[in-house]
Design a protein around this ligand. Sequence first.
Ligand code: 5RP
Length: 230
Amino acid sequence: MKVKIMSQDELKKLVGEEAATWVNDGMTVGLGTGSTVKFMVDALARRVQEEQLNITGVVTSTVTAKQASALNIPLKSVDEVDNIDLTIDGADEISADFQGIKGGGAALLFEKIVAVNSRRNLWIVDQSKLSDKLGSFPLPVEVIPYGSKKLFSIFSKRGYAPTFRLDNNGQLKHTDSGNLIIDLHLKMIEHPHDLAAELSAQVGVVEHGLFLDLVNTVIVGYPDGPKILE
Ligand code: 5RP
């Protein structure tokens, strides 16, 4: 069999379009953030228009809100809906046991709020995001600006190799909530649940990018087509 060589973007588009078919009429759908989700939102908006689907989107960032509202997907906030039937989001790294790192797009806080309030979470990734153990992608930690240098030095002393996230202009990146991101360059996370508990207990940490025991299904893009992992 001849397998077409596909770029990472083509793989993202493939899984984005596949995931859009998982949405049914009447659903309330969490809309994640990132370049893979962008393809999904485009495809979903086409379905809404062509099939007259009656859905409500719950967005996880101002970027996705802008895209979805420009494409006429009706939106509500997480506080305005009773339930979220399905949330479709990207991920930065997924381990063999379905744990994940998210926040590469700095939207981890709203993404996690939407994810924990969803009946079902579906992640869409290209094959490069899969790894045996988490840690090769730097772990984002969202922190309030006040005291962030103190947190940085605590993380440094613990050997977590922190860096402050910068924006495209070389300035400190601010999240949708006005917070900062410290990325931890850990290389390997042996005990993700312990690390998650440690970070959550740290005063000044708003949220971290370990998404543990949250995802039910992953759609992975391979050159010979999307594969569903459950
Ligand atoms: C944003 C995220 C994204 O879902 C993650 O970074 C994946 O992004 P992409 O689809 O662009 O690779 O967590 O905070």
